[in-house]
Design a protein around this ligand. Structure first.
Ligand code: SR1
Ligand code: MG
Length: 419
């Protein structure tokens, strides 16, 4: 392909990509037999499915602007470079959990990757009330393995530093998170919008100085604690599932940051799915059954995360931090140190969880869990529960040491009528 950037179209894609051997050998060498559809429903990029005589591929291409907003918000193509690099590392750290990559072209902002046959975006399944077996095991392990193996607990110090330095250049996407997640929800930012009827709740949040301080303490960690490589955008739209299989996609927001970041964001998106359920089903038995299932998934995910992280701590602690030379090799127990790290990261995860619960209802990019509820009174009530619980999490992150406390709190807020 030429190096001058051009966005692909349904018409130009076959002739432009058939010359790429790693693509044509998987799709077919006759471009007139390729069928192409554009399926991107995310906020940033073009995503094509290409089908040919031999097989199917996904082609993802960055646009030089934010797709959700248009060319009034320019964005370089570099996010594809960071996504590519993150996928390579995630494959090493948790094999077969992310799509295989078949081609990358930095100047075109383009990645060709495995087509996940029969998989659907998890968010859609959560809205429809579909269960996925093995979900908690897959994502608990993914979060633990990527967190542990992307840190100084495991990596060679020079490789870790080189990697931190590479991902520190993901300035634009970290900038989006810094504004849309940590800042905009808490004042009247230009790009904000919210469901009508929520003004009294929003005033409570924006008047809460202690809560805003806690959010900024967390932003300080986001900008300065580079302890591990985070996916950076691990919501239910970045996860694809069949009824039994789970894969993680879309790590373009990857950055080196706090260990609890991904698990906190994931938990938040489950809680929003939980709170939004009454907007998607009215049969009381089905509703309760599905909401209970979501809470079980959160519980299990956290358990698996702890088990896997502890396993890796015992068996793969090869980095410069808490070396065996200082502990096990001298007959000294390192489990108190592990508990300290897990406790600190859990506190961060709770705070991130609350912050994500706020931003998805208050700043630019809302989630379909709530947005697809057409009855605005119902939507406002459910979002209000979510917003107020988010506040409790941010205020009390330090004292909510057990996942059970979070799950009980979700059940309490689920019964409230705060408007
Ligand atoms: C302008 S991008 C908005 C949001 O979409 C992505 O998925 C991230 O969550 C980002 O914050
Ligand atoms: Mg995305």
């Amino acid at each position: 392909m030429s190096s001058e950037y051009k966005a692909l179209t349904l018409e130009t894609l076959p002739e432009r990509l058939v010359t790429v051997e790693s693509i044509s050998k998987r799709v077919g060498s006759n471009p007139s037999n390729w069928s192409v559809s554009e399926i991107g429903d995310g906020n940033l990029n073009l995503v094509f499915i290409v089908k040919g005589d031999i097989g199917k591929l996904i082609i993802k291409q960055a646009l030089p602007y934010v797709r959700l907003v248009g060319d009034s918000w320019p964005l370089t193509l570099e996010r594809a470079f960071f996504e590519y690099n993150a996928l390579v590392r995630q494959e090493e750290r948790d094999p077969k959990r992310v799509p295989a990559i078949h081609y990358f072209d930095r100047s075109q902002g383009l990645i060709a990757m495995e087509y996940l046959e029969n998989y659907k975006i998890l968010r859609g399944k959560l809205i429809l009330g579909e269960k996925v077996s093995g979900l908690a095991e897959a994502l608990g392990k993914f979060c633990a393995r990527t967190a542990f193996r992307g840190s100084d607990f495991f990596m060679k110090a020079e490789e870790k530093k080189a990697d931190v330095s590479l991902f520190q250049n993901n300035v634009e996407l970290m900038g989006i998170t810094e504004s849309l997640v940590f800042t905009d929800p808490y004042f009247e930012a230009d790009r904000n919008h919210h469901t009508s009827g929520l003004d009294t709740i929003i005033k409570i949040l924006r008047d809460d100085v202690t809560m805003k301080e806690n959010v900024q303490h967390m932003l300080r960690k986001f900008t300065s604690n580079c302890e591990t490589m985070c996916h950076g955008d691990l919501h239910s739209g970045s996860i694809m599932c069949t009824d039994t299989e789970t894969r993680v996609i879309d790590p373009e927001f990857a950055f080196y940051g706090p260990l609890g970041f991904d698990i906190g964001m994931l938990m938040s998106n489950y809680l929003m799915a939980f709170f939004s359920q009454p907007g998607h089903r009215t049969n009381e038995i089905e509703l309760k059954d599905y909401q209970d299932w979501i809470l079980e998934i959160i519980d299990k995910t956290i358990q698996v995360f702890y088990q896997e992280f502890s396993y890796l701590w015992k068996n793969e602690r090869t980095g410069i931090l808490y070396p065996r030379a200082l502990f096990e090799n001298q007959g000294h127990d390192s489990s108190e140190a592990l508990n300290h790290i897990l406790k600190e990261s859990w506190k961060d995860a709770i705070a991130i969880c609350g912050i994500e619960m706020h931003r998805r209802c208050l700043s630019l990019a809302h989630n379909a869990d709530f947005e697809e509820i057409t009855d605005l009174k119902v939507r406002a009530k459910l979002e209000a529960r979510n917003l107020l619980m988010g506040r409790e999490l941010i205020l009390n992150a330090g004292s909510m040491t057990e996942i059970q406390t979070v799950l009980k709190m979700a059940k309490v807020f689920n019964e409230k009528d705060p408007l």
